[in-house]
Structures are given as C-alpha cells and as structure tokens.
Design a protein around this ligand. Sequence first.
Ligand SMILES: Cc1ncc(COP(=O)(O)O)c(C=O)c1O
Length: 452
Amino acid sequence: MIEYSTGMTTSPDAIRHLWTHKTQDHPWLADEALVIDRAEGVWVWTEAGKKLLDGFAGLAVVNVGHGRREIAEAIGEQTVRLAYYPTTRQFSNRPAAELAAKLATLTPGDLEYTMFAVSGSEANERAMQMARHYWLARGKANKHKVISLEGGYHGATMGTFAICGLPHMTAAYADLQPSGFAKVKPPYPFRDRGRGTDAELVERRAGELRQAIEREGPDTVSAVIMEPVISSGGFVMPPIGWLKAVRKICDDLEVLLIADEVITGFGRTGRWFAVEHDGVVPDIMSVAKGITSGYIPLSAAIARRKLADAFPDDATQENVHPNTYAAHPVACAAGLANLKIMEKDNLVANAEAMGARLLDGLQRAVGKNRLIGEVRGRGLMVCAELVAPDGSGPLDPEEVAKLDRKAWDRGAIVYARGQVVRLAPPLCITREEVDQLVDIVAASIEELAAEV
Ligand SMILES: Cc1ncc(COP(=O)(O)O)c(C=O)c1O
C-alpha cells in the first residue's frame, strides 16, 4: 500500500501552472477542491478527503476500475525489462506483438492488423491515413474525403477536427482544415423519430448519407467515419440497424467504413465492441481509452485483412508513418494485463447486466419526471435527456449543468452537459453501487425539478 499521509496538499499556486481549458464544470468549487488524490474500484477521493462514486469512469476510460495492482505490476516489470524501443525501422517488441494478436481474436471478423498510437485522436488520424494509403495502393488517388456525422467527435488534432461534427469546437481552426468534408445527420430517435418508426428514421438518414457520398462523388470519398454511439454529441444512440445500412452504402459505393470505438470499445456497451450489436465489421476500427483502462496512454487503428493485403510483405516504401511511441512496450504490457482482468472478471457481461440495471433503475425513478424526455442506454453508457417542463423543447443547458453539483453534493461524479446527464461508470460496478448511483441521480433530478 502506498502511503499518502505526508500531510502535504497541492497548492492553488501550483495548480495555476496547469493549462486549463476553462470549461468551469464545477464553478462552485475552488480548483484545489478538485485535486483527485487516489481511487479504488468505482470510488475516487479528492485530496481534501471527499469520497465520490466515479459515475463517468474518468472520461469513460477506466473500464476495469481504479487501483488494479495487476496492471501496475505489468507496467513495473515491463519498464525494467524494456521501457522503450521504437517500432519503426522494422523493430518490434513482444508485448506489442502479443497485444496485436490478442486484438485480432477479440475484434469482429477479419479486423486483424493493428497499428498502435497514443491517443484516440491519433488512432483516428492513423485510420484516415490507412484508408488514404489503401486507395493509393489500389490506384484510386482521388479518394481522399472522409464523411462524418453531425454531433460526432473524433479527437482534438487538426485532422480529426476536419471530421468533427461539433462546430463550436472547431470554428477557431476553420482556415487550417481541409475543406469539402461533408457531415450528415445521425438517426437521433428522441429528437427526429416524430410519428414514424425507428426503421423509417434509419432509412431516411441512410438515404441522406448515400446522397451525400453521391454528391461528393464516390470516386473522391475515401471513408465514412462514425461512432456507434455518438458520445460527446450527447449519448445519441442510433437504432440497431443503422450501422448495417451504413455498411451497405459503403459497400455499394466502394467507400471504407471506419468505426470510432474509442469510447464504446472494450465492453462499454455490453459487447466487446459496439459494432457487434449490429453484426457489422467495419474496415478499420479505432480504439483507445478501455484498451488500457487509462493506466497508461495507448490507442490503435485496427484494419481488415484486405487493407493489409494492399501492401505486399516485400514492399519497401513506407505507408502510414508511425510516431515515436507507436507500440510502446510498457503501454502494450498494460493493455495485456488490462484485457486479462476484463476476461477474468467477466466485465463485458457485467457491463451488460449492470447497464440494464442502471437504465431500468433510472427509468423507474425518474422516467415520468416532467423534466425527463427520455432515459436511454446501451450497456454502461446511460443518459437522461432533459426537457423544459412546458414541453417546449430542450431544458436550458445552464439548468442541466446544475446536476453536476447536485450529484457531487450527494457523493457522485456525473457528466451533465448540453441536454443530457451522462453516466459511464467503470465496468466493475456492483449492483449495490449501481443502486447508489441511481438514488443519487434521481434525487438530483427531483431537486432540480422542484426548482425549475
Ligand atoms: C469517440 C471518440 N473518439 C476520439 C476521441 C479522442 O480521444 P483522445 O482524447 O484520447 O485523443 C474521443 C475522446 O473522448 C472520443 O470520445
């Protein structure tokens, strides 16, 4: 056990040297009240000693839960054995090779070739670069555009901002981005179903995607990228059937499908990967977060065999350029230890069961509250969408944001932003902990309803 009882705390002056992105999600607290000191399972403790249920697993990252010594030991052992060596210039290392082989068995279909990177943003950069090199190798040099979804988020690099569907995040960089990348609407049943069915909504949106690719010219479109659940855009959960329709359009028009499973991968939605709900195999899948549960940064773009086959083994010209830390041996050792825990503790099945309990519990507790438009979930991605009490539309985001404080005061960290309060706790959460989270969120919503 590491001893933290030094009596020292982080000084406000020191915190000021951390670059902050100024979102002020906790305006009622001084920065020093938000120094997180330690964590175990689904619980975190601030330096000031407040214990909180981590209802968002950090940033939907810590899938196996906090404080897993097995991962720390794997990191320690690998650091002493080989802390770093590049995987450029034909070098490799055992943890990287073993993790790539393990991913080939876990991912659906023939997604069998992994290029590692460090962050989710980079995984998506690599995915788009793989797609581009694939078309170059196939002699289709015009295919370069990447079509994405309104509301979609794929990272904070210039390339991923070009496919970002959240305009407020990218406006500052408009002049630095490639132009001409179309964005299409996802099927958002709560907002757009109207009097029709989910299947009709999927058909309508699929038609719009097909038209967008045709308008751009299929011979200029390299890939379509999308999250199976649109996470930053508000936990939008397209009906099952959507990805199948997208897969068909991509096949018909000879466009690659990239599934961004940075958040949804590794059990989060109650399947190893969220595309499995639809029985779809994308051409490339990008993953991060849950691959190591955040114990150390690692991400990957995983490609189907046909992409790898476009580059013969005796080719000498580089295709996608890896970065310095690609396939970092320590990060890959952490990934292997993390996946071992996921399997040993049956965390994918637990995510499915506990996700159903969380969804059901919230639906029963607040489903009929006048502020709740919809409670929805897929595995351990669950949210409540809030509406104005007179039914005139979404609830004012400033009101929604008050739920962060109400939950904090009751002992949980949740993520209230825009129109939704989002929950994505560690996948190791127990029934009792789910029930605690439901009680806290329900009481917070009820208190808000009494005020609005
Ligand atoms: C779906 C999705 N893709 C990509 C990213 C970017 O990952 P990172 O922040 O590790 O670069 C995120 C981050 O939250 C994400 O949710």
